[in-house]
Design a protein around this ligand. Sequence first.
Ligand code: VGL
Ligand code: ZN
Length: 213
Amino acid sequence: MGLSAGDALLVVDVQNDFCPGGALAVPEGDAVVPVVNRLAASFRNVILTQDWHPPEHLSFASSHPGRKPGDVVQAPYGEQMLWPDHCVQATHGAELHEALEVPRTCLVLRKGMDPVVDSYSAFFENGGSTPTGLRGYLEERRIGRIFVAGLAADFCVRYTALDARKVGLDVVVVEDAVRSIDVDGSLDAAWREMEQAGVRRAASREVARGGGT
Ligand code: VGL
Ligand code: ZN
């Protein structure tokens, strides 16, 4: 798979809280780190995202008396699943995994800052109406294809990939560079929806090293 200047690697939420020992640990979440590091060496443009919540964020079960992680509440923009407190701004849990080596990072995009709106996607907050600015950034930089890696495959990677298709980007999810939470069949649903939306899948070894970038 030859790479060009119009390609970017988008590394979603590889943060301490999503790795083993973290507040919302994704099984084997840290296993994506060496894969991302290898991939990143092939791209001129690398974009990182960070889930970046204020304390008492609406997505935290602790913000809803009597509710627990996994419960679903009704938010003004639709259903919202509740989570343990995670990725609180400027805490250790919100920091990127320390073994990430991505020197060609051109943008670190933070999301989920609105106290009353969650944002799984790097493009639009939950509900789909408020943009993060990533679409405009990619458009202005003439990036037409993104390769998506990171955590979690069935939440932030999934909604980022789906929204990227909605704004007309070519999207490839690097399947060995993602790991999932997998609650209530969310992983099967994720792959099904992504496939229907025209998201492609590739293994990291198929993504060429130094292929013209
Ligand atoms: C994520 C749940 C809550 C993710 C973020 O990065 O996939 N999942 N916040
Ligand atoms: Zn979150």
